[in-house]
Design a protein around this ligand. Structure first.
Ligand code: S3P
Length: 444
């Protein structure tokens, strides 16, 4: 038997949320800024970089590949680019930790290199599907071995040259789109990616910022190999997906009035705002502006009673990371909320439909799972013990749910919150949420 140190939270009914807060930088943008900065010529300056475990893992991997990265101040990152062909092979495996974005986008970058690489991840990442990237990369000429069942580790063999592809994504996925575009930088000819629904467009926007010609229209992106990337300054907005926990918390806790500063409101990320407004939420966008090429605004969120809705399937891709906390909003709403066309939730850091359904049931909510969604009946939340399945967004969603619970909620295994939202507890307590960290150990 071995001793395993567990970190849990104890959370319960909090007070009305008040004040103003700035959540950490956007995870998707931070990953891409390090990657393109590494492949560019010159020094890329990233401001507002997310110092989370996921993005730090990506930065560490580029260090292993010969890129010098400095962090002269908190959330400032200087990436001394080595140019498109300047990476060198690492002696050791490249550990993406918990990050699907890190692994899938890196597969695109490494598929075109003249050296072998091995990408590995933690227990959760090692269960996630990778054929969605390795199949089209193989069609471009890459040679990649996966584990049994198409899961990590990924062994990428030295490239003998890639060719462009015209590929229609079977599922809407910004990660797969981005992997193919990054491989396309190394390919002969044109790479075209077609999406069933438009997804977050940070890779194509950032490639343009780094001077690579990209043609992009809703649902289709094209680029050709044979250009160069030039270092840029990247200002990372606050992560909408991190802000989402506070948006829902302020909406469901009576008397709340909370301001969220400088939040990235790219329309491909903010489907939750539309869904919550359909449910009756009171969320205002103030001082909308363009900050380093990304739309940003202050969000003023006031408590509002919610009612259930059928979540429009057209919003699913634009709120794909926000369903766990949307389920919490639905549990606090009057009536029934129906989610469908969201089967992708089953292959995130955990099976988020099953994990949320089990947790909400524990707290006394009636919820029916369907293959691609759930039917949630709003009701009264009680206390109980929640298994997060080591999923950061499940942990933070139940911290929000606990603020409306009549009993204590114990949220087990919250260490992965550090992958995307370092400092969550301190910020949450600072605006009035009731949440404490507890360290325990268990024998396994
Ligand atoms: C991401 C894309 C989404 C999202 C993930 C981050 C990205 O994944 O869930 O958290 O940065 O491109 P999929 O592309 O698999 O939907």
């Amino acid at each position: 038997m071995s001793e395993v140190v567990r970190q849990d939270w104890r959370a319960g009914r909090g007070t009305a949320l008040r004040g103003s807060l700035l959540v950490p930088g956007d995870k998707s943008i931070s990953h891409r800024a390090v990657m393109l900065g590494a492949l560019a010529e010159g020094t890329t300056e990233i401001h507002g970089f997310l110092e989370g475990e996921d993005t730090r893992a990506t930065a560490r991997i580029f260090t292993q590949l010969g890129v010098r990265i400095e962090t002269p101040a908190p959330t400032v990152c200087l990436v001394h680019g080595v140019g498109l062909h300047g990476l060198r092979g690492a002696d050791e495996v490249l550990d993406c930790g918990n990050s699907g974005t890190g692994m899938r986008l890196l597969a695109g970058v490494l598929a075109g290199q003249a050296f072998d690489s091995v990408l590995v991840g933690d227990a959760s990442l090692t269960k996630r599907p990778m054929r969605r990237v390795t199949d089209p990369l193989t069609a471009m000429g890459a040679r990649i071995d996966t584990g049994d069942g198409g899961t990590p580790p990924l062994r990428l063999h030295a490239s003998a040259g890639l060719r462009g592809i015209d590929y229609a994504l079977p599922v809407a996925s910004a990660q797969v789109k981005s992997a193919l575009l990054l491989a396309g930088l190394y390919a002969d000819g044109e790479t075209v990616v077609r999406e069933p629904h438009p997804t977050r467009d940070y890779t194509e926007r950032m490639l343009a910022t780094f001077g690579w010609p990209v043609e992009s229209a809703p649902g289709v992106v094209r680029l050709s190999g044979g250009h160069r990337l030039h270092a840029a300054r990247i200002d990372v907005p606050a992560d909408f997906s991190s802000a989402a926990f506070f948006i829902v918390a302020a909406t469901i806790i009576p008397g709340s009035e909370l301001r969220l500063q400088a939040v990235g409101i790219n329309p491909r990320r903010t489907g939750l705002l539309q869904a919550l407004r359909l449910m009756g939420a009171d969320i205002r966008e103030e001082n909308p502006r363009d900050d380093g090429g990304e739309p940003v605004a202050e969000l003023l969120v006031r408590y509002a009673p919610l009612h259930g809705i059928e979540v429009p399937p057209a919003l699913v891709a634009d709120m794909i990371d926000e369903f766990p906390v949307l389920f919490v909003a639905a549990a606090c709403a009057t009536g029934r909320t129906v989610v469908r066309d969201a089967a992708e939730l089953r292959v995130k850091e955990s099976d988020r439909i099953a994990t949320m359904a089990a947790g909400l049931r524990t707290l006394g909510i009636s919820i029916e799972e369907t293959p691609d969604g759930a039917v949630i009946e709003g009701g009264a939340l009680g206390g109980g013990s929640i298994d997060t399945h080591d999923d950061h967004r499940i942990a933070m969603s139940f911290a929000v749910a606990a603020q409306r619970a009549s009993g204590e909620v114990r949220i087990k295994d919250i260490a992965t919150v550090a992958t995307s939202f370092p400092g969550f507890v301190e910020l949450a307590r600072g605006v009035g949420m009731s949440i404490d960290g507890i360290t325990g150990s268990s024998r396994q």
